[in-house]
Ligand binder design. Structure first.
Ligand SMILES: CCC1=C(C)/C(=C/C2=NC(=C\c3[nH]c(/C=C4\NC(=O)[C@H](C)[C@H]4CC)c(C)c3CCC(=O)O)/C(CCC(=O)O)=C2C)NC1=O
Length: 169
């Protein structure tokens, strides 16, 4: 599991180079956004269950067939599994936010996920809608908490969405 700094150092060490201007700029932007990323993670931690619940309600409002008979989130067990998955995306998203790097998402969340979802008939498009709804809720809460550039919270949610929807099996 790596963060922005260890990833960069690994890249430069692999070719025996000193950190150049590009590297230093990217480290600087990691530190410059650090306080905002930590604040955002604190907002997520303090509001996690509320965020997941709100995102679930919005998702089922937007795609009501998910919770109708025949829908993938129909039955209490599958409804709960869906919200649990949303909670995973939120929690690991907060780790990636702090790390400034998506490595933890690849390692702990995304590997093999498409295959699992496909074999269980979990709709990936709707899952991505859920992740995006969660991103918007987090952005609003983070902005309320005084983070001026709420765009820092986008990266992990967009990464999960992209990887889930585009990686071919
Ligand atoms: C930490 C990393 C991690 C992830 C990401 C994870 C996902 C994950 N989601 C699963 C199931 C599931 N996932 C969903 C999710 C949904 N259904 C919908 O219609 C919605 C679109 C969506 C919610 C947004 C559902 C309903 C199931 C149960 C499917 C079934 O058993 O039929 C399963 C199968 C095993 C199980 O039911 O627990 C896994 C492994 N597990 C992990 O350990």
């Amino acid at each position: 599991m790596r963060d922005a700094v260890t990833t960069l150092i690994r890249t430069y060490d692999n070719t025996g180079r000193y950190l150049d201007q590009n590297a230093l700029n990217s480290i600087k932007s990691y530190f410059d956004s650090g306080l905002d990323r930590v604040k955002a993670a604190a907002v997520i931690s303090a509001n996690a269950s509320e965020i997941v619940k709100a995102a679930g309600s919005q998702l089922f409002e937007q795609v009501p067939e998910l919770i109708r008979p025949g829908g993938n989130a129909y039955t209490t067990r599958r409804y709960a599994a869906c919200l649990r998955d949303m909670d995973y995306y939120l929690r690991y998203g907060s780790y990636a936010l702090v790390a400034g790097n998506s490595d933890v998402l690849d390692e702990r969340v995304l590997t093999g996920l498409r295959e699992t979802y496909n074999s269980l008939g979990v709709p990936i498009g709707s899952t991505v809608i859920g992740i995006q709804i969660m991103k918007e809720i987090v952005k609003a809460k983070v902005a309320e908490a005084g983070v001026t550039d709420a765009s820092v919270v986008e990266a992990p949610f967009d990464y999960m969405s992209r990887e889930l929807s585009e990686l071919s099996v």
